[in-house]
Design a protein. Structure first.
Length: 747
């Protein structure tokens, strides 16, 4: 008897230990579960709890029936009836063991069930995340006036819309073809869903899911498209859960923003743009019906692939809308008779070189993934009207000089006061093969003599003046190691004693090289970098030819440097951005537009005056060259490399900087008869600057003389400008031109 009681006690202790352990696990599970799911899913928890409670009650009822005779045996034992004494010694031992075994097993199974349920639920994404934009959104790039240039996206191109902004027949079309009982079920429609699945399976010859709109939303936004039982269970649970969180219209809105319509177009807004070139709110009933029929098989029903099937599918949607009472017979007939007009299926982009330049700038700030998926609204500095005009001018002018072996060109327009890029044309034709997409404005090319104003601004800062006399005579520089450098002028002539003004205005090479030799190559490199030339990093690679364009630069950088002259000595880095908003309309980025003083304002004024002096440059360019724009004062400088591989014209006013390049991408020389100032870049520059001044300028603006600049009458009664304190360094009575230059040799 004592042994039997000991056995019972041991069994009871074991059971109690297991029970307490399981209770602990259940409590731990419940605590973790509630922490995991949070307060927003209380309805879903109640739903699951009711299911579990129902299952538990069912098991309990079964156990009660099983335990009824055993309680009678225990009562018999307590009454100590002699007839049941033997049975009490035998059956209680057997019945208790069975009872403990069954109860322990059930509780253990329940714990396992709870644990597995917890792990399963924990693996589910929360439907609450759908409303917080958990899918990629397209980044839209606009010009400064709000006109769309391009949409950046990764694989899926989508733009969110509000259902209240759409015609009612858009949602009615989707409901009719996808889920006619959408407003009646709780997320899962077993009967109608199965019937629709059978029908679709018959049409497609393979098993279909029969999912409701809610289930389709869950599948497209939170789950994979794999066809497994586990995924389907997740889909059903999350659909029921989502219906407890969102209203029907919220679910339908998210569905219309998620569903694929073919290619990279996701959501009704992008589908409307892709197929009809309009916003979703402007779709007709017929167009809405056609789009509603696409998601089941976007490629199969695509109007670009199977136009007849697309129309047939549209008519099917219209018939279902009629059957469901959304439209009447007359509306059905009219919609079917409407002629469908689809726009060409291609990627649409305005100002492509600029767009991809801007995208690169965005990626350097936010990273690639955020740009492709963040749904940014990017307002750029570009003016699409100016851009289109620049593209037209470039195309027309390049066509005129193709006989001079010129195949390409580029235009860059900036606003110096802000650094904003107003137009960027990187080549004549972006789509031309093999290298039309190559953006010359950010390519390294030799600038020719267009770099000279930067060098002469350094000379003025070092104490020279615009009236300083430089002898334009033959000279040879000993570079050491048996190497000599003997610069020549573009016209192969020598012009004797000239002022710095005349040397710069007429772009004489020998005076420029002599001046650079005096101020120092290293100093010039540092000075140019301060003004915006970013790639001159190793002084050992450059020599005296640097002032003639021997060092490659980007057109964007030299435009920034000229912007310093145009901005009276202040440097503002070039930018393509005005502001960036996130998907919720919050401003997240705006360029700082920091102004840095990198050049004396008096020097900038003197250089600008020289470059706008049509009288001074007539020795090389004549009195009526294309460097002059009647009615306006404009500073401009040309540049042509000795081998005719690059030809530039860069000019500015206080309002605009225009930089133009022509040449060949493969560096083939242009015809030797191409003349800077007459052909090539200058006519393009003239047309572009004239267009800006005539249409966007607030008048013939020019610079006021700074306080640190004094004027003095010099040769031919003309006024010369000097930095205060340098006006007496040069004698205006000296001979300006000398027909017999004296040869020189610099050691």
């Amino acid at each position: 008897m004592r042994a039997m009681n000991k056995g019972r006690f041991t069994l009871f202790s074991s059971f109690l230990s297991v029970l307490l352990l399981n209770i602990y696990k259940i409590l731990l599970f419940l605590i973790n579960f509630f922490i995991f799911v949070g307060d927003t899913t209380i309805n879903f928890l109640l739903f699951v709890f009711k299911l579990l409670l129902g299952a538990f009650n069912l098991i309990r009822n079964k156990l009660k029936k099983f335990r009824v005779p055993k309680f009678k045996q225990r009562k018999t034992k307590k009454l100590k009836l002699p007839k049941l004494k033997i049975k009490a010694k035998i059956f209680p031992k057997i019945s208790n063991r069975i009872r403990y075994l069954v109860l322990g097993s059930v509780l253990t199974l329940l714990v396992i069930f709870f644990q597995q349920s917890y792990l399963f639920v924990k693996s589910l994404p929360s439907p609450a995340s759908i409303g917080r934009v958990n899918y990629p959104l397209s980044t839209h790039i606009f010009d400064r006036n709000g006109r769309l240039l391009y949409e950046v996206y990764r694989e899926q191109n989508r733009t969110p819309i509000r259902i209240k902004e759409l015609p009612v027949y858009i949602k009615e079309a989707a409901i009719s073809i996808e889920d006619k009982d959408f407003y009646k079920h709780n997320g899962v429609s077993f009967v109608n869903g199965i019937l629709r699945a059978v029908k679709d399976s018959y049409v497609w010859g393979k098993i279909q899911g029969g999912s409701t709109i809610t289930q389709q939303l869950i599948k497209s936004s939170l789950l994979t498209s794999e066809r497994t039982v586990k995924r389907k269970i997740k889909e059903i649970i999350l659909a029921l859960w989502a219906e407890r969180i969102y209203t029907k219209d919220q679910i339908l809105e998210m569905y219309l923003n998620q569903v694929p319509y073919g290619g990279s177009s996701y959501g009704i807004e992008e589908a409307a743009k892709t197929y009809f070139g309009k916003n979703a709110k402007d779709l007709t009933l017929s167009e809405a019906a056609l789009l509603a029929g696409l998601p089941i098989a976007p490629t199969y029903y695509s109007p670009y692939v199977n136009p007849d099937l697309a129309i047939s599918r549209r008519d099917e949607v219209l018939e279902l809308m009629l059957e469901n009472g959304y439209i009447n017979v007359e509306e059905n007939k009219k919609a079917k008779a409407e002629k469908m007009s689809f726009i060409p299926f291609e990627s649409k982009i305005n100002a492509p070189h600029f767009v991809f330049y801007t995208r690169s700038e965005l990626e350097s700030i936010f990273g690639i993934q955020k740009v492709e998926e963040g749904g940014f609204k990017v307002t750029t500095s570009l003016d699409l009207d100016i851009q289109k005009q620049a593209e037209r001018i470039l195309q027309e002018e390049i066509d005129k000089i193709r006989h001079l072996n010129v195949s390409n060109g580029a235009i860059l327009v900036t606003r110096p006061s802000t650094g904003e890029i107003l137009a960027m044309v990187g080549s004549v034709d972006y789509n031309a093969l093999p290298d039309g997409a190559f953006n010359v404005t950010i390519a390294f090319r030799q600038p020719g003599s267009s770099i000279k104003p930067l060098m002469y601004s350094l000379a003025l800062d070092g104490g020279l003046t615009a009236a300083t006399i430089i002898n334009d005579a033959p000279v040879t520089f000993d570079l050491g190691g048996g190497y000599n450098y003997k610069p020549v002028n573009y016209d192969n002539r020598f012009h004797g004693r000239v002022t710095m003004r005349l040397a710069l205005a007429n772009s004489y090479n020998i005076p420029a090289v002599k001046t650079l030799n005096e101020v120092g190559v290293d100093n010039f490199i540092r000075h140019a970098k301060n003004m915006g030339i970013r790639n001159w990093n190793d002084p050992s690679q450059y020599g005296l030819s640097l002032t003639l364009g021997g060092g490659e630069v980007m057109l964007v950088d030299i435009a920034t440097a000229y912007g310093v002259l145009a901005n009276q000595g202040y440097k503002i880095d070039s930018t393509s951005l005005v502001q960036v908003e996130d998907a919720y309309g919050n401003f997240i980025y705006e360029p700082s537009r920091v102004k840095r003083k990198v050049l004396n304002g008096g020097i900038a004024f003197i250089i600008s005056d020289i470059l706008s002096d049509n009288f001074a440059r007539q020795l090389a360019f004549g009195s009526r060259s294309l460097l002059e724009i009647p009615g306006y004062k404009v500073a401009v400088k040309t540049g042509t490399t000795d081998d005719k591989k690059d030809n530039l014209a860069i000019g500015y006013t206080p309002e605009f900087v225009v930089a133009v390049w022509v040449g060949n991408n493969d560096n083939k020389p242009m015809n030797r008869y191409l003349a800077s100032g007459v052909t090539g870049a200058t006519p393009i520059w003239n047309r572009m600057m004239s267009y800006l001044l005539n249409n966007y300028s607030s008048g013939n603006k020019w610079y006021s003389k700074p306080e640190n600049v004094v004027e003095k009458k010099c040769y031919f009664g003309r006024v010369e400008y000097f930095l205060a304190g340098t006006e007496n360094k040069a004698s205006c009575k000296e001979i300006i031109l000398k027909t017999s230059p004296t040869p020189e040799k610099d050691d």
